[in-house]
Unconditional design. Structure first.
Lengths: 279, 147, 108
């Protein structure tokens, strides 16, 4: 009887010891609160932004491409070939095109005019690296990176007093808040409202909280580490729109210009600081 | 029950608890231990953690593709030979090594590493006197949100 | 893709004896050997293997690395400057690629 009792206690001790040292217990101890998780994710993004941004490599690519495609003739609003500060005053109305254009749409227009591309060729040029999850460098991304970086430090100043621009701003706002598609989603589903919206531990910016639209657009093109390349605004629109199950977004379309006018209009006063970096 | 019996039973239970970890099946050296033995010529167990070496890495990484790490040390760089970076659970735990010289001015190295899953990151300094010191940080790799 | 393109960033000026930061970004896929998900064929590894940091042609540091370093890797080291000169990085990958970049520092 005594031997059995001793054996029982010994075994119980061994099992307890084994359990205490397993992962199950460790995991319960290691759980963190959602607020702490968000703070740590923000800390991660801060660490990522230190050092040199790999997106800057595209600056030189763009500089060469601008020469190659004769974009030194392109007038972004400050005169042909005047690029310093030009991106900061876009979108704007262009009399020669008869419409409001944002940076990417204007570059597409100039590529047609000065590099002899057809609209289809421009679209192909824009989408060269779309869907490629790494090891891809396109001249288009380079051009947009170069032109945006030439406005680093300049404050965004979209001229909302211009009636053409104001009209686009209102259109963009309307699209932003209109539920569409099979899921009844819109930009506002994720990026609006006074209350915080999160996807897992990432806090999303909101058009209804002052300054946040500026914080979001002023760092585009944004280098995405998961793709090893920068993402331009129109690629961003295409991805959001795809994820919302809206009909396919066409780069440089009026929809893109309307969204840009709304968001950059909200961002007036924010200094451009490209490239940003993120997951 | 009397005191003797109680003490005897406690001793037996304690003995059981102590050997419990050894009852876990022994798989042999981990890939990390093998790499360290191969590249440093010493066993991981022999390397001490030291507050003299500082490893900065995020506690949570939204993407395992690009985890920022920085290694610094108060140990004068003249006394240091090499710095090694390991990630315990990567398919290949060795990430990089850096040879340092007095011309560096200080022990400093910063880079971005890939991590397949939540794991320890280790920075090991080999000193010129042949000894090793280490700093370890666990980085939790999560899948980020959509977007 | 312009594999091997690099950015080498050092302060333009420094004081004698100052420890400056040398920051670099190199365009490189840093990919490990893997199987093509569609064809099942083995794709060989393609990554940087070594980076030497030199000052006025004297070797300061060598970084040995594998595919565990991120794509388009950012790396930073420090350099104690006693005189003006040229910072040079020479780097190579496992497919025979070899590149270098230089930057000048004026030390007073």
């Amino acid at each position: 009887m005594k031997k059995k009792l001793l054996l029982g206690v010994f075994t119980a001790g061994a099992i307890a010891g084994g359990l205490l040292s397993t992962k199950a217990f460790a995991q319960v101890e290691g759980e963190i609160s959602p607020e702490e998780e968000m703070r740590l994710v923000q800390e991660f993004n801060k660490m990522l932004a230190e050092g040199v941004n790999p997106g800057e490599i595209w600056y030189e690519v763009g500089k060469e491409a601008i020469k190659k495609y004769h974009l030194d003739k392109c007038d972004l609003g400050l005169g042909p070939g005047v690029f310093k500060g030009a991106a900061a005053q876009l979108p704007r109305y262009f009399a020669d095109a008869g419409k409001v254009m944002d940076l990417e749409t204007r570059v597409g227009w100039c590529l047609q005019k000065y590099a002899g591309m057809t609209q289809d060729q421009v679209l192909k040029f824009v989408r060269q690296c779309w869907g490629k999850s790494g090891n891809c460098m396109s001249e288009y991304d380079g051009i947009i990176m170069y032109l945006t970086m030439e406005s680093n430090g300049h404050k965004i100043n979209v001229n909302l007093k211009d009636p053409h621009v104001k009209k686009m701003f209102e259109m963009g706002k309307q699209v932003y808040y209109t539920r569409l598609g099979p899921w009844d989603f819109n930009c506002a589903t994720c990026h609006a409202g006074k209350k915080e919206v999160r996807i897992r531990a990432t806090r999303l910016w909101s058009a209804d909280r002052p300054g946040e639209a500026g914080g979001a657009v002023s760092i585009f093109p944004k280098y995405l580490v998961r793709w090893g390349m920068p993402m331009s605004m129109h690629y961003r629109y295409a991805e959001c729109i795809r994820q919302m199950r809206w009909p396919e977004f066409i780069p440089h379309s009026d929809l893109g210009v309307a969204l840009s006018t709304y968001m950059y209009g909200l961002a007036n006063g924010t200094e451009i600081k490209a490239p940003g970096i993120g997951r | 029950m009397d005191r003797r019996k109680f003490l005897a039973l406690s001793a037996v239970a304690f003995a059981g608890l102590s050997i419990a970890p050894a009852l876990r099946p022994a798989f042999g050296a981990t890939k990390l231990e093998e790499e360290i033995q191969k590249r440093l010529g010493v066993q991981l167990l022999q390397i001490k953690e030291s507050a003299d070496i500082k490893l900065t890495a995020p506690t949570i990484a939204e993407s395992g593709a690009n985890v920022p790490i920085t290694v610094e040390s108060t140990i004068p760089v003249d006394k240091v030979e090499k710095l090694y970076i390991f990630v315990d659970k990567n398919p290949s735990p060795w990430i990089a090594d850096v040879s340092l010289s007095p011309m560096n001015g200080q022990v400093y190295f910063s880079t971005r590493i890939k991590m397949g899953e939540t794991s320890n990151v280790r920075a090991i300094l080999k000193l010129k006197d042949g000894s090793y010191v280490m700093a370890t940080k666990e980085v939790k790799v999560t899948a980020g949100g959509c977007g | 893709m312009a594999v091997g393109t690099g950015i080498l960033r050092v302060p333009k000026e420094a004081k004698k004896g100052e420890v400056v930061r040398v920051q670099m970004v190199i365009t490189h896929p840093m990919s490990p050997a893997r199987k093509d998900p569609q064809t099942g064929q083995q794709i060989p590894a393609h990554h940087l293997t070594k980076l030497d940091l030199l000052f006025n042609d004297k070797l300061v540091s060598t970084i040995n690395m594998g595919a565990g370093v991120s794509a388009n890797p950012f790396m930073a080291l420090t350099l104690k400057v006693e005189e003006s000169g040229v910072v040079k990085i020479v780097y190579e990958d496992n497919k025979g690629g070899k590149w270098e970049k230089t930057a000048e520092i004026k030390v007073s």
